[in-house]
Design a protein around this ligand. Sequence first.
Ligand SMILES: [Fe+2]
Length: 326
Amino acid sequence: MPHKQAAIQSMSDPVTNTPLQGASASPFDLADRPAYESWREWKLGVYPNAVEQLIVPINNPHALEYDEKKALLACCKRANMAIYQLGTGSESGKELVRALGRQFGLEQLDNNLRADEDSITSLRVVPEAGKTHYIPYTNRPLNWHTDGYYNSPDEQVRAIVMHCVTDAEEGGGNGYLDHEIAYLLLRDENPDYIEALMQPDTMTIPANVEDGVELRPAQSGPVFTVQPLTGTLHMRYTARTRSIVWKDDRNTRLAAGFLAELLASDSAYIFRHHLQAGQGVICNNVLHRREAFTDAPETGPQRLLYRARYQDRIRGTELNNVWSGV
Ligand SMILES: [Fe+2]
């Protein structure tokens, strides 16, 4: 059964479904099965089977050595993420987050509501009553999501750097799943699920209103889009069940259910890792979650992570740089 081309129409002739002159095949085009099969085989072949394969020791985050940068990029090409590990006693200022990102083409920071003045957010428990319903600033678990799912389509978060300054006394581990693997498993299950999740109104986040003031309007959009400049896949998702409206059609419901079950499972594709002090993640906004955690008593160390969100994607992970085509 032929499938609509959803968000990638610009890459193929809408009538014949043949690639336009100069356009390369897209594995994310539901009409291009050979491209998908080829990409799928490549992806499953290179995807790491243990999180340890994603950990790269680095000496100076301000000036990566050639081999360090190559190793980090290789991880990002395979799994859209890498974990760097600073040497003991390394500095831990916010500047390192910015400097590291720049070496991967990450420049354009996303401005969210709670970012500090320099747009890099300090994630820690903030006790003030007015902020505690923002779960990132509590010690409660954070369910599966990609960052910026409530952003407008032209301000999507494509990459994140998250650096751990101090880890929690207990808990606070993360789960990660490359969103391309989520796409692959959904498409293998039923290509109609992909079509459903590419609809422009498949997932709506209601407006953010505080004290009668609208801080952010309602935001509708697809879960999966193909980025026209890089040919890469972007995912917008939250597993939350409150303050989210899924499109009321059968395939969207089934697709969202399949995804929720996958993320709640012990799938071998999901990486689990507790960031230690001095470790950080650089990723193309893959799916992630956080466990609840407990800080030490008042005088002890409190969990602190710096997080930078970017509108850019990691340079060197464009489709034609990771996959050689059909
Ligand atoms: Fe997040």
